[in-house]
Design a protein around this ligand. Structure first.
Ligand SMILES: NC(=O)c1ccc[n+]([C@@H]2O[C@H](COP(=O)([O-])OP(=O)(O)OC[C@H]3O[C@@H](n4cnc5c(N)ncnc54)[C@H](OP(=O)(O)O)[C@@H]3O)[C@@H](O)[C@H]2O)c1
Length: 266
């Protein structure tokens, strides 16, 4: 790809994407430019990834072909007001913020823009991201295909209608946090049963990775895969029975409802 990617905001999520983009060799570091609020972040990211740094958000905005707004949702208005006169008609603006609609973006820009709403996740850092994206009608098919190429460089991506974008943080944007909690709990259980902690993390995390791959690669229903592990009268079904009694599925569904409601309120 011979395009320039800019990041306004360079925190946890932007750095995960930058690491993914560079590791996949989609672009060289001199094709990426960043800005952040503090000099400390800019310096840290520059030293780590050798990317270009800007003196201002405007500089990134005028330089980039694809411009990521990688700041918190409540910082969008301020930043858009700062850069809107600088953006060319060809720049593709990509927000990664939860709860920011394309309509809201267009309204703040106050003119026709090419905009993409996205929801990536932090496993992009290791090339295993899961992103969902939706573009406005001004983004051509060719441009959307370039956007997909960028997101595919750090993981998988699904195209969604914008109406569904608020549903994504709960299932893939935020869910790595729930999975880390699960892995931590697995490891605690292993330690309780006498395993060394470092081995407990490896055993738990690899089991989660393997189970996820089974779902994705075999196409077998997760319920059937669960049944395959449960020997009649065995130890696994005892664990499943206990999880059901303690409302495991219900707790996840309720957590996702809460996440969804919060996303819509942002
Ligand atoms: N973290 C996730 O797992 C995740 C997943 C999907 C989507 N997101 C979305 O990604 C966005 C960023 O989240 P994050 O977790 O990466 O947050 P973060 O680590 O706090 O990063 C936010 C970045 O914005 C910068 N910033 C703040 N004000 C700025 C300004 N006026 N001009 C330029 N840069 C400014 C900050 O600079 P300093 O570093 O100098 O303070 C920081 O680099 C959010 O909208 C969130 O909804 C996050």
């Amino acid at each position: 790809m011979n395009k320039r990617i800019g990041f306004i905001g360079c925190g946890k999520m932007a750095q995960a994407m930058i690491e993914g983009i560079l590791s996949s060799n989609l672009l060289q570091p001199e094709k990426i430019m960043i800005s952040a609020k503090s000099e400390a972040t800019v310096e840290k990211v520059k030293n780590k990834y050798k990317v270009l740094t800007a003196n201002s958000n405007k500089e990134v905005a005028s330089w980039a072909d694809f411009l990521f707004l990688a700041v918190k949702p409540d910082q969008h208005t301020e930043i858009i007001n700062e850069i809107k006169e600088t953006i060319s008609d060809h720049t593709i603006i990509i927000t990664i913020a939860a709860g920011i609609s394309l309509q809201a973006l267009e309204k703040v820009f106050g003119r026709k823009i090419k905009a993409v709403r996205s929801m990536p996740n932090t496993p992009s850092l290791v090339g295993e991201g899961m992103s969902a994206i939706s573009g406005n009608p001004s983004v051509t098919d060719e441009e959307m295909s370039e956007v997909l190429t960028i997101f595919r460089s750090f993981g998988k991506v699904e195209l969604l209608s914008e109406a569904l974008m608020d549903s994504v943080p709960a299932i893939s944007g935020s869910s790595p946090a729930y999975v880390y909690l699960f892995i931590e709990a697995l490891a605690d259980g292993g330690v309780k049963a006498g395993l060394p902690r470092d081995q407990a993390y490896r055993l738990g995390a690899q089991a989660v990775l393997g189970a996820a791959k089974m779902v994705l690669e075999t196409g077998i229903h997760p319920g059937e895969l669960k049944d395959q592990v449960c020997t009649p009268g065995g130890a696994t079904i005892e664990a499943i029975s206990s999880l059901e009694q303690h409302g495991f599925r219900g707790a996840i569904l309720q957590a996702m409802d809460t996440c969804h409601k919060k996303t819509k309120s942002l």
